[in-house]
Design a protein around this ligand. Sequence first.
Ligand code: ZN
Length: 277
Amino acid sequence: MTETNWSHLWPKGKRAAFALSFDYDGETWFLQDPEPVSMSHARYAAQVGVPLLLEMLKREGLRTTFFVPLWTAQHHPDVIRAITGSGHEIGCHGDRHERLTELSLDQERDILRRSLDGLEALSGMRPVGYRAPYWKLSAHTLDLLREHGFRYSSNMMDHIVPYIHAGGPGDPLVELPVHWILDDAPFFNYPNRPIRSPREVLEIWNAEFLGLRARGGLCIVTCHPQLSARPSRVDMVRELVRFVRGHADVWCATLAEVADYWRSIGGGADRAMVVMA
Ligand SMILES: [Zn+2]
């Protein structure tokens, strides 16, 4: 029996892919109840967290993807410029981190348009990727992404390699699948969850990375600067990057680069397997 494996789909010499992503939500988590200490916790991201991450990423020579709500970008334009100025990608992530399922079609369209234009004006880079707040889409989201020229969505949890969303108008929309196991919130979002040690989380992520590498998967890790840019956790992310980099057969890229590559191969050699309805 042959084992299910997608390693042949990746660029020559590579058998899997890795991308580090950040959901830089900042103060939008607390806008409905802007209590000073909660707001200060969120502000840590702009004041200390993102700068520490950018420093570490520069030293490691890794480019990544930051999804940023428009509100956060507008209140911290210097941080946004530092992110794109360091060669990282910026993607859309709502305005005030609103739940898409509670919006009308017109409201959702308006937020998408404003966040595309606003992030472009602040960073000089027009976003091509979208990640929904809370990883929850409305019934309209995928069509709206195509309508606005997005090249990829990074929200679904139904695969371990990219695929192309079937149907709809416009250019193909690539899905870059994620999962909670590779997100920092389940491990660090105190007081909603108990605090876990960086060592334990690194062990979980390294193991999942190895599992994905063995099967030719795409490993997308998602961190929130207000959680994972605490000093001990920046060190943990650095250890993860070094562990991944120790495997020369893994392609490290931004999410936009992975999406463009996937479009260039037409959704994969075995379309039946990688094109989802
Ligand atoms: Zn978020």
